[in-house]
Design a protein around this ligand. Structure first.
Ligand code: HEM
Length: 400
């Protein structure tokens, strides 16, 4: 089959045919692949696992975090209308279905790069401007707005990393796979969406005893306490049936947080462990055990002081009400030797960030020993669209 020209794809010619092709082309990974990707055991082969695109939820949230990720934020140019947005989602859905199944897109000039899937996932999320543009503001989740300002820590926030109309999270075990996918999806958008910013992150490959933990650039085990992704904590991460068209969607919060390596390097080991409430070598709470042992928050030392400091990040971040939970899926960044060049792309997913995330962030802003070495420079909130049902494209119900 000869590939149609890029203009034909973007221009909408033959789109009906395209979505039909998407259906035919993306089911070949077989059932159960996505499920098998959750909680990957150590040493799992990561070269060629393809995903079934269609389903109630998008991939890239419940999957064990891949080693490389990029977040690409787009704005919708003024001239772009509702029908253009629909067309963009149709083309992206088709492209993502193909790429995550291990084949090039219809306009792919380097389809060989798509063959090694490397656990590729693409997650499509939208901002308030997306709903305005398609005349569906009333359907936007009520929490879809910038986070409130946290005065104690937000002084250096830069609009450069603020929320936009659309955002793609692309993740895979190979940086080349991520790069190829990014290029395909930006090219496919053409003039329908303009890139506003790109954030790139990395973490250790999945072969860890506990799938969520990586070592961040402070050397800490990061990701120990997280909701369970295979069912038990669904209500923490995903919008439920009461969310109507948004059931199966989620919120994605992206905070770009600088980690000041120079001042961290000057802190002694005691101060570093005290700031977290956990040991650096094995991630165990300072009250003993191993990484997964619950902390003893009441334990006192010989002088009567709490073993886990009242300002320790772990103590401040713990839920103080059952709803104060969210899935953390952070990545390190190291983009330059500038003072802001190193840190964490802190990414959290939950059903309602105002209710679940904001109280925790507020507590950390008020007092968290880690704030001595970290400060946010970016903050964005997006709604992750629910998955596309068989034969549909992402967000289709909004265009009915
Ligand atoms: C550069 C910034 C940050 C670093 C380096 C960092 C690092 C860590 C580390 C090492 C842990 C302990 C191990 C674990 O359970 O994962 C932890 C726990 C946690 N962090 Fe952070 N974190 C950062 C920012 C944040 C932010 C912005 C939030 C949310 C607003 C947050 C929320 C949490 C939560 C909820 C826990 C688990 C607490 C528990 O229940 O034990 N962190 N973080």
């Amino acid at each position: 089959m000869s590939a149609p020209s890029r203009r034909a794809v973007i221009g909408g010619a033959g789109l009906a045919g395209l979505s039909g092709l998407a259906l035919a082309g993306c089911g070949r990974s077989g059932e159960g692949d996505a499920k098998a990707a959750n909680g990957d055991p150590p040493g799992v082969a990561v070269t060629a696992r393809a995903r079934e695109f269609h389903g109630a939820r998008q991939h890239g949230i419940a999957d064990a975090p891949q080693a490389h990720a990029v977040w690409v934020a787009f704005s919708l140019p003024k001239a772009v209308r509702r029908d253009d947005v629909r067309r963009l989602l149709t083309v992206w859905s088709d492209d993502i279905a193909r790429l995550t199944a291990g084949s090039g897109t219809l306009t792919d000039q380097e389809p060989e790069l798509a063959e090694m899937v490397h656990r590729l996932t693409v997650t499509v999320a939208v901002g308030p401007g997306f709903f305005e543009r398609i005349g569906a503001s009333a359907k936007a989740p009520s929490w879809l707005k910038p986070l409130p300002r946290f005065d104690q820590i937000d002084g250096r926030l830069d609009d450069r990393w603020a929320g936009t109309d659309l955002c793609l999270q692309i993740a895979a075990e190979s940086a080349a796979t991520v790069s190829h996918t990014q290029r395909q999806l930006i090219t496919a958008a053409g003039r329908l969406a303009k890139v506003e910013w790109v954030q790139r992150g990395f973490r250790e490959p999945v072969a860890q005893p506990h799938w969520g933990s990586m070592r961040n650039l402070f050397g800490q085990k990061d990701g120990t306490v997280n909701p369970v992704v295979d069912g038990e904590d669904d209500a923490v991460i995903w919008a439920g049936d009461d969310a109507g068209w948004f059931a199966g969607g989620s919120a994605m919060v992206i905070r770009r947080i600088v980690m000041d390596m120079d001042s961290w390097d000057r802190a002694d080991r005691y101060s570093r462990e005290n700031a977290m409430g956990r040991r650096l070598d094995n991630g165990a709470p300072l009250t003993g055990g191993d990484e997964m042992t619950p902390p003893d928050l009441l334990a006192k030392d010989d002088l009567g002081f709490p073993v886990i400091d009242n300002g320790a990040h772990m103590r401040r971040a713990m839920p103080r009400a059952p709803h104060e939970r969210f899935l953390r899926r952070p990545y390190s960044y190291d983009d330059s030797t500038d003072p802001d060049g190193t840190g964490l792309v802190f990414v959290a997913f939950c059903a309602d960030p105002v209710r679940q995330f904001v109280p925790v962030q507020r507590r950390l802003a008020q007092a968290d020993l880690l704030n001595l070495w970290t400060y946010p420079i970016g903050s964005a909130v997006y709604a992750v669209l629910p998955g596309a049902a068989d034969g549909e494209y992402l967000g289709q119900s909004l265009f009915a």
